[in-house]
Unconditional design. Structure first.
Length: 747
């Protein structure tokens, strides 16, 4: 059943009478400064008129963004939202259609209203990228739709934003009645797949029902009309029948001295269609087409009313549910029973208190889980966000104040996933901090292998750019492109996922040995030179990384089976045994257990751990744990080839681990930077160091005017060799920088 709404009060000239409209909704505006709301309405109406004059059109007065804004306010007033939310609702469409500037909104009504409008606009990313050409409608792949919904929730920091957007989409689906078929179906698909489930999760029953029915009307017109005809054919008789039932119940409850409100209701059309399909039954076999609802003041009166109902009519076996004694997962409470009513016709009766009814209708009772999801996964940030939105609605009803709630959520619930769009509008979920290369390999191995660039929302971005929720990512490929070994360098930040690292390493393993030897030699020698590690015995180094020959070591580094950072760490221990100790945490050699090593294992207590010999992780390295048989947990670097292999073969035995709060010691290191001089060069270098929390304790620069070369000598505090390598690599990537190396004074 579609919600019936009243027309706006209009004057003789067809314009809306704002005073009459405000008076009509007066009960919802108690305690509000309606003068501000009226001012917002006048500004919206004037924006419409200015747009019509500029376009030289003769639209009927009072239509457009202004009337839509009034309609949105009527929806939100039912939810008892605050004044800022109602003002934002009035002005939203005017701002979205560029009839009104967000700057003027901020100046006139404050930053809070402007922020609400901007955040609602941010949710419009769903509308702009959902693929309108998809053939499936009501049977979309659940996994893809769930990702879209999670993405939508992940960008909401204020529950008012979600409610304003729901009101706006409700107005949109109402307004497409006279639009062309393509637009009707596009809007209906979006509303049905995204916003009706959001209203469902927030427990806003009456909005959910209207969105479902109107969407169903345009997406499945044949089925909608079929059920509507079955209902309409009996409408007069059914209404008379319900009136008689209500009268009988009221009289019987009064005789039993039970104070209650009784009303009839009609099950909405989409719900009828869904139940018929889910249970495989015919329309005549539905017990709840005719229904009445009894609202009492106390729980005991609910059960007393149930006795009255069963005393009047015969109960249908197995058609009784006590959701008061045993509430639904989402907290929904009510008594449901089905009886053979007058004339032997089936009748559903719902009995609940007024408080229970308000919770079910207005969102205080949120739907906690979708059917079929894992109810034990209480750590999912998406579910925490839904719960948070639910709590905000409760707080609003009690306190009438939503200011600052978004900041509280950000402090309590940090998202662990991001949701980005493909070029075709499909949603891909990635770990926080993912890059375009992670995205490419998530799509397909060949897309990653042939990646040569990326765009976000049509703009070229670096391949180590950190993606964020709502980005629309396009991967640029070429037939002759191939992975770069720089992608495997953790210092450069090109890859964050184990999956992408494994795919890249696999590509290099397939290359010929001679090529890997050449590339491996170049990588190792270049890194040793950059870190000023001279006089390394390559034969001893090869043996230390378990290779029989130097070329085997080079080939392993080139193929990615031997990590460059591992080989460099061993080289430093050979060349500078004393200095290497200063780059390690002093307590590490004596540590035996997880708690002693400063290693935290998620979800469990103290376990025996050991550091893997293959990659020898040091504090600060990204790590992962592997559960062995009888030897506790082995700690690997996340980019260790063995760990990547285990991720493919035995992912169930890998667990999340992290370094504890072991104190770090910083040591002074000198670095030399050579670059072509340009304005802002020093600023960019120091900013890069600041981003990595590197403290600069000395700085000396010299610029050659003839050669336009800048030579910089910086003394910085470094806690590990790996951090030094990462800093040098990042500085070397800055524009105009020729090289960045560790500097040693000649003795």
């Amino acid at each position: 059943m579609v919600k019936v709404r009243e027309d706006h009060p209009v004057r003789y000239d067809g314009t809306v009478d704002l005073d009459a409209w405000l008076n009509r909704l007066g009960d919802h505006f108690e305690g509000m400064d309606t003068a501000r709301l009226k001012e917002a309405c006048e500004i919206s109406r004037q924006a419409d008129q200015n747009a019509r004059l500029q376009a030289n059109t003769a639209w009927p007065s009072g239509l457009g963004c202004f009337r839509t804004g009034l309609e949105m306010v009527e929806i939100l007033a039912e939810l008892k939202l605050d004044l800022d939310s109602l003002i934002a609702a009035v002005l939203y469409r005017s701002v979205r259609e560029r009839k009104l500037s967000i700057t003027k909104v901020s100046e006139t009504f404050g930053a809070s209203v402007a922020r609400l409008i901007r955040d609602v606009q941010g949710m419009a990313v769903i509308s702009t990228v959902l693929d309108p050409a998809r053939k499936q409608v009501l049977d979309q792949g659940q996994d893809q739709l769930d990702k879209v919904r999670k993405m939508l929730v992940s960008i909401i920091d204020d529950v008012r934003v979600a409610l304003i957007k729901l009101a706006e989409r409700t107005c949109a689906i109402r307004a497409v009645k006279d639009a062309d078929k393509e637009k009707r179906q596009r809007v209906a698909r979006e509303v049905f797949e995204i916003y009706a489930p959001l209203a469902h999760r927030l427990g806003i029953g009456y909005i959910k029902w209207e969105l479902e029915d109107l969407s169903f009307r345009y997406l499945k017109p044949h089925d909608y009309k079929k059920i509507a005809r079955l209902l309409d054919g009996k409408r007069i008789n059914r209404e008379q029948y319900i009136d008689n039932v209500v009268s009988t119940l009221r009289a019987s409850l009064k005789d039993a001295h039970i104070e209650a409100d009784v009303a009839g209701r009609v099950k909405h059309i989409y719900s009828i269609w869904r139940k018929m399909n889910r249970k495989g039954i015919d329309f005549r076999d539905l017990y709840d087409i005719r229904a009445v609802r009894i609202l009492t003041h106390q729980v005991r009166d609910c059960y007393a009313s149930l006795g009255v109902v069963h005393g009047i009519w015969n109960h249908i076996p197995q058609e009784f549910d006590d959701y008061i004694a045993t509430p639904k997962e989402n907290g929904y409470r009510s008594l449901h029973t089905a009886v053979f009513g007058p004339e032997g016709k089936t009748l559903e009766v719902q009995i609940r208190t007024h408080k229970m009814h308000d919770e079910a209708e207005l969102g205080v009772c949120a739907h906690w889980k979708y059917k079929g999801t894992d109810v034990n996964n209480q750590n999912d940030s998406y579910e925490e966000k839904i719960a948070w939105l639910r709590q905000v609605m409760e707080w609003h009803e009690e306190l009438g104040d939503l200011d600052g709630i978004g900041d509280q959520w950000r402090a309590d619930v940090e998202p662990d996933r991001i949701y980005v769009f493909t070029k075709d509008g499909h949603v891909v979920d990635l770990a926080m901090g993912a890059t375009p290369i992670d995205f490419a390999y998530r799509i397909h191995t060949e897309v990653g292998d042939r990646c040569r660039g990326a765009k976000v929302s049509g703009r070229i971005i670096p391949l180590n750019h950190k993606l964020k929720t709502g980005d629309q990512v396009e991967i640029l490929t070429a037939a002759n492109a191939h992975p770069s070994r720089d992608w495997l360098n953790p210092s450069l930040g090109y890859v964050t996922s184990s999956r992408a690292r494994a795919k890249i390493a696999s590509w290099f393993k397939k290359q010929d040995r001679d090529s890997n030897i050449i590339d491996g030699r170049s990588l190792l020698e270049g890194e040793l030179r950059r870190l000023a590690l001279h006089g390394v015995d390559m034969k001893s180094l090869a043996q230390a990384v378990n290779c029989h020959a130097i070329d085997d070591m080079y080939a392993g580094i080139g193929a990615g089976t031997i990590k460059l950072v591992h080989a460099v760490g061993i080289a430093q221990r050979q060349v500078e045994p004393e200095e290497q100790k200063s780059f390690e945490l002093r307590a590490r050699p004596q540590q035996k257990k997880a708690v002693d090593q400063g290693i935290n294992i998620d979800g469990v207590g103290n376990l025996l751990t050991q550091l893997a010999n293959c990659c020898q992780p040091v504090p600060g390295d990204p790590i992962i744990g592997y559960i062995t048989v009888g030897r506790g947990v082995t700690i690997h670097r996340q980019d260790c080839s063995n760990a990547l292999y285990l991720h493919e073969k035995e992912p169930e035995r890998l667990i999340e681990v992290n370094w504890g709060n072991t104190p770090e010691y910083a040591y002074p290191v000198e670095i030399m930077i050579m670059a072509y001089d340009r304005p802002g060069l020093l600023r960019d270098i120091t900013l890069e160091l600041a981003n990595d929390k590197i403290n600069v304790i000395a700085l000396d620069t010299h610029t050659s005017k003839q050669e336009f070369l800048a030579k910089m000598l910086l003394t910085v505090e470094i806690t590990s060799l790996q951090k030094l390598a990462r800093v040098l690599a990042k500085v070397a990537q800055l524009p105009n920088v020729i090289e960045a190396v560790r500097y040693r004074k000649k003795v």
